[in-house]
Design a protein around this ligand. Structure first.
Ligand code: ZN
Length: 195
C-alpha cells in the first residue's frame, strides 16, 4: 500500500471502473482496484485499518455462509466496512466450483448470495468473484441473470475497454511480494492489456 501511494496510484472501486468503461466517467491518474477475496477476519483486523489510514478504497468479496464463523468477518464488521467505503461484492454462499453445480444450486450461490448480502448490508451488491477463478458458460449466464454488472477472475491482466465486464482479469499479489515485484506485475498486466 505504501508503494502504491508513493508511486502515485489512486485506488478506485469496481463501480468506478464500470462507470468509466461504460459511460466514460473520468478516473484519477494511475487508477488501481484493490480486491480481497473470501472475507477473512484478517481483512478486518489488518487490511481495513491500513486502507483507512491511507484513504484507500478496496473491494471485499464475501462468502455469505462463512460470515460470522471462525476466521471470517462478522455481519457487523461488513456493515461497518461498507459504511466506511469498502465496496462489498459476492464470492458466493459456500465457495463451490461453479462448473460442478446444477442450475438451482448455481442460482442459490450466485443470485442468492447477492440477495443475502443486500439484505444484511443494505447496499447494492453489483460485483462478483468466481471461487477459485473457475467458471463456464452457465456460470457466466447465472452472473448476468443475477444482475451483477461485473465479475473478476484469476486471469492475469489489467481491465481494458474491450473486455467483457463479467470476465475482468486481475493481478495476483502474494504475501512477501516486494514493491519491485508489484510494479513488475502491474507493468506486465498493462502491457498484456495493451493500455
Ligand atoms: Zn476464494
Amino acid at each position: 500500500m505504501d508503494y502504491l501511494a508513493r508511486a502515485g496510484y489512486n485506488t478506485v472501486t469496481l463501480a468506478q471502473l464500470y462507470r468509466h468503461l461504460t459511460s466514460g466517467e473520468p478516473l484519477p491518474e494511475k487508477p488501481v482496484v484493490i480486491t480481497f477475496d473470501d472475507g477473512y477476519a484478517s481483512f478486518y483486523e489488518h487490511a481495513f485499518p491500513r486502507l483507512r489510514e491511507r484513504g484507500f478504497v478496496a473491494t471485499l468479496f464475501v462468502i455469505t455462509d462463512k460470515v460470522g464463523t471462525p476466521r471470517y468477518v462478522t455481519w457487523e464488521q461488513v456493515r461497518e466496512m461498507a459504511a466506511a467505503g469498502i465496496e462489498i461484492g459476492s464470492h458466493t454462499a459456500t465457495h463451490p466450483d461453479l462448473r460442478e453445480l446444477e442450475a438451482s444450486q448455481l442460482e442459490h450461490e450466485v443470485s442468492g448470495s447477492r440477495k443475502t448480502l443486500e439484505e444484511q448490508v443494505g447496499v447494492p451488491v453489483l460485483f462478483f468473484c468466481y471461487p477459485g477463478g473457475y467458471y463456464d458458460e452457465a456460470a457466466l449466464a447465472a452472473v448476468q441473470t443475477a444482475g451483477y454488472l461485473g465479475a473478476v477472475t484469476t486471469v492475469f491482466g489489467a481491465a481494458a475497454p474491450g473486455d467483457d465486464p463479467l470476465q475482468w482479469p486481475r493481478v495476483p499479489v502474494s504475501r512477501g511480494d516486494t514493491p519491485k515485484k508489484l510494479q513488475a506485475l502491474i507493468d506486465a498486466a498493462l502491457a498484456r492489456s495493451g493500455s
